[in-house]
Design a protein around this ligand. Sequence first.
Ligand SMILES: [Zn+2]
Length: 199
Amino acid sequence: MPIKALPNAIILDHAECERARVRRDRRYDGRFFSGVRTTRIYCRPVCPVRPALGRNVEFYATAAAAEAAGFRPCLRCRPETAPFSPAWQGSRTTVQRAMRLIRQGALDRAGVGELAARLGVGARHLDRLFQRHVGASPLQVARTQRIQRAKLLLDGTALSMTDIAARAGFASLRRFNAVFVEVYGRSPSDIRRLRYKAV
Ligand SMILES: [Zn+2]
C-alpha cells in the first residue's frame, strides 16, 4: 500500500515505512513521518517513545503533510530536527527548486503567485505539483518551515519571543503565538519550558 496522501510520489511503501518505524531505523530519518491516529501526534522513525500499534499509524512524506492532515509535532523526537532527505527528492525539479526557495523564506515575503512566476509555472500548477509530490500546499510547507525555525530557536537559544517570531518569518508576535497554539496545542513559552534533548 502506498504512503497515504502521496499515491503518485511514492518511493517508499507502507510496509517498508512500518518496518523502519518499528525498528527505529535511522537510515529513514527525514524520509517519512508517522502520524498516530489515537494521539494525533506525528513522529520521526527514530522517536524514543514506545512505537504505537501499527493499525493506528499513517505515513507521510513530509512534516507539512502530517500537519496538514491534523497531526501535532512530537515534543520528544522533534520533527524539526530531522535531516532534509525526503523520499521524493530527485523526482521533480520544479518542486525541488520551490522547496529550496520556500526554505529560504520566499513565501514569508511574497505570495504563491510570485513564487510560481519565479519558477516559470502557474500558481495552480505549482499547487497541483505540491499536492502530488509533497502532500501539502506551498503555503502549508512555508508554515511548517516557520514553525520549525521558531521551534529550533526556542529550544536552542535564549532569544526573546519577539526576536524568534521575526527571525522565523512570522508576520507578528501574535501570529507566532496563534500558530503555535494551533499546531502544538501550547504557547511558545510553554514549549520552551518543556525543552527535550535531541534524539
Ligand atoms: Zn516522537
